[in-house]
Design a protein around this ligand. Sequence first.
Ligand code: GAR
Length: 321
Amino acid sequence: MANKAKVAIFISGRGSNMAALLYASFLPGAAYEVVLVAANDPEAEGLALASGEGISTFALSHKGMPREQHDEAMEQAARDAGADYIVLAGYMRILTDGFATRWEGRMLNIHPSLLPKYPGLDTHQRAIDAGDSHGGVSVHLVTPELDAGQVLGQMKVSIRESETADTLAERVRFAEHQLYPRVVSEYVGRENDPDFLLGKVRELALALPQTHERESHGSPGWRAGSEKSGKYFAYFNDQHHGTEHVAVLVKTGSMDELLDLVEAQPQAYFKPAYYGASGWIGVILNRPGLDWDHVADWLERSWRSVAPKSAAKLHDAADQF
Ligand code: GAR
């Protein structure tokens, strides 16, 4: 598959979830590849498994180190490995707010409970003590608040008679190994899913004032101004004319600008068939680590070039607040 997302996995110990993620990444059609396994304990068992499979590893003990400094070193290792995502797999560290915020939407964690129940530690015992019929596992996005980010997937595991925390933990682990690779694949795979990308572009385009959607030659497009006299400022382009790209076409200021961008950043831009001749550039959307703020900026700029003056003025005024 083209454009596999690059994933760094952080562990603290055994690393059985890391192993499940790693071997799943070797399956045909996997949406991600593992570029690094990093641990806060140089003795973490999982490191040897990863390096045995030819994966780069990094280990740095957190002992005697300020939290911020340790986080920064781990983060740097992920960046150096070219990671688009950080996947925490039994990484038993509380992250600094800054670290979690910088990776918001690009950091996932697995937690052994059915969140929002039982964030934190001792999850299995707490579920048993509460008389719950099920324990389980959740995969969620990481935010600065512990175990509180959006849940992306869950699996229940039944609690049996005379269950102990250890016996439950063991079965939850089986469930984890099924769930985590599936959820990571689906999550990072959205970047290549035209429907997901179209939804995002639509949301951004229609958030601009006085806009509406109208199909053009079979593709979704967005216009500024009235239904009657509006002008197009963006078109959605899904692998048209033999390209692999899913893209949004927006207006540049000049042909020179268009050609310069395409030459300097061919991974990000291309000159589309037909439209390119009149200064429209293709902003490639199906690539890992795409910055949606940047797409929003392009849409706004393109919108501004055709929007009625009154709408642009109102928009500027609103921006002041
Ligand atoms: C897993 O059960 C995971 O859910 C848990 O640590 C274990 C790691 O096992 N994570 C947490 O408790 C996070 N708060 P592993 O090293 O064999 O993957």
